[in-house]
Design a protein around this ligand. Structure first.
Ligand code: G3P
Ligand code: MG
Length: 244
């Protein structure tokens, strides 16, 4: 059965990458949760998609040039007009603690956001945090930046590692040739370009971002490993309909 991974939490209904979005993803019964990690000026693992806080908070500046205390002063929820609420930018530790409290038992996909800024040491810090406790959920690592995946593999061989990419054939070939890459997380367009190859594809396929009903249906009918969606509740309903 194709797993349903809530992209940046339940991004379509709650402000992305906030505790409220992750809580919602758990409440609706998502099989998985995806989040993005960047590094603050004082080496704290911050859960935020962009390299700056401009789009998703009421502040401005680069994540990497602000400290944890400075980042915590900004509101990361009120910008979301569909469902505004006051939220902080969470740390990775705060998210994993929330998932533990909420008794989440699915899959956490930790996307390391190093494709634009190569944060020194971020991979080590993430692995250190994740290995510091036994979490009641599965987790895996992913990134657009292949060097981050190689670094993760050097220090952690027990968790799945997936390559994120858009449509590039080069990225696909590299992922296919790399023994430590368990799966690919391509842009959904890749799926439509490879319909004939899906059944025999030798690695897990978890595309993003699958928000339309017909696209979801397509992915479920092709038995893809998982989808990343901004609307996990809707995806769960559609998957149920297909199964009945
Ligand atoms: O990890 C899948 C997906 O999140 C990659 O794209 O830009 O939403 O992080 P983005
Ligand atoms: Mg992401």
């Amino acid at each position: 059965m194709t797993k349903i991974i809530a992209h940046r939490g339940s991004k379509g209904t709650h402000p992305e990458n906030t505790l409220a979005a992750f809580k919602e993803a758990v409440l609706v019964g998502s099989d998985g949760i995806e989040l993005d990690v960047q590094l603050s000026k004082d080496n704290q693992l911050m859960v935020i998609h962009d390299e700056t806080i401009d789009r998703t908070t009421n502040g401005y500046g680069e994540v990497g040039s602000l400290t944890l205390t400075e980042l915590k002063q900004y509101d990361a929820g009120s910008w979301f007009q569909k469902n505004p609420m006051i939220q902080e930018i969470p740390t990775l530790e705060e998210v994993v603690m929330l998932l533990k409290e909420e008794n989440f038992q699915g899959l956490l996909n930790i996307e390391i956001k190093t494709d634009k800024i190569h944060y020194e040491g971020i991979e080590q810090l993430i692995v250190q945090l994740m290995k510091s406790q036994c979490w009641p959920f599965e987790y895996m690592y992913s990134s657009f930046y292949f060097k981050s995946l190689e670094k993760i593999w050097e220090i952690e061989q027990n968790q799945n590692i997936a390559a994120v990419f858009r449509l590039s054939e080069k990225e696909e070939t590299r992922a296919l040739q790399s023994k430590f890459i368990e799966g690919i997380h391509p842009k959904i367009d890749w799926v439509f370009d490879h319909l004939d190859d899906l059944a025999d594809f030798p690695k897990a396929i978890r595309p993003w971002t699958v928000n339309e009903e017909d696209t979801m249906t397509h992915c479920f009918r092709h038995h893809l490993t998982a989808i990343h969606t901004d609307y996990p509740a809707k995806a769960l309903q559609i998957r149920k309909l297909i199964q009945n």
